[in-house]
Design a protein. Structure first.
Length: 127
């Protein structure tokens, strides 16, 4: 999803300058704003909370989710380090970035699934 600060601000009900301050690390979003941001950007609520309020980790048991997050990141790391595979499919930097964003969702389990998604995206662009 490609949004400007102004677009995002409009969607979550704040001023664009507030989004700029948050992006620049000058302000931290409220919990209510975090929820709206996560919903609008289709991000994991807990990850976004921990990114904006790292001290919250000490209040919440993160061991199960951090282990799950580690397991979810493994296919991406294998895919990213497999230069032969990336070369074979001529994967561009833009495609790598799109697949990286997709990997954050945690639904892709294998390198083969990354390639399948890439092929489907490329086919949809042809139409």
């Amino acid at each position: 999803m490609s949004l400007t600060q102004r677009d995002l601000a409009s969607k979550v009900g704040v001023r664009a300058s507030h989004i700029a301050y948050i992006e620049g690390g000058l302000r931290r979003p409220s919990l209510a704003l975090l929820k709206r941001l996560a919903d609008t950007l289709a991000l994991d609520h807990q990850r976004l909370l921990f990114l904006s309020h790292p001290e919250a980790k000490s209040l919440i048991n993160v061991n199960p989710s951090s282990a799950r997050a580690e397991n979810e990141a493994a296919p991406w790391r294998r895919f990213l380090t497999d230069r032969k595979l990336r070369s074979k499919y001529c994967i561009t930097r833009r495609e790598i970035e799109a697949l990286r964003c997709l990997s954050l969702l945690g639904y892709v389990l294998t390198q083969r699934e990354f390639i399948a998604i890439l092929v489907l995206v490329r086919q949809s662009e042809e139409f």
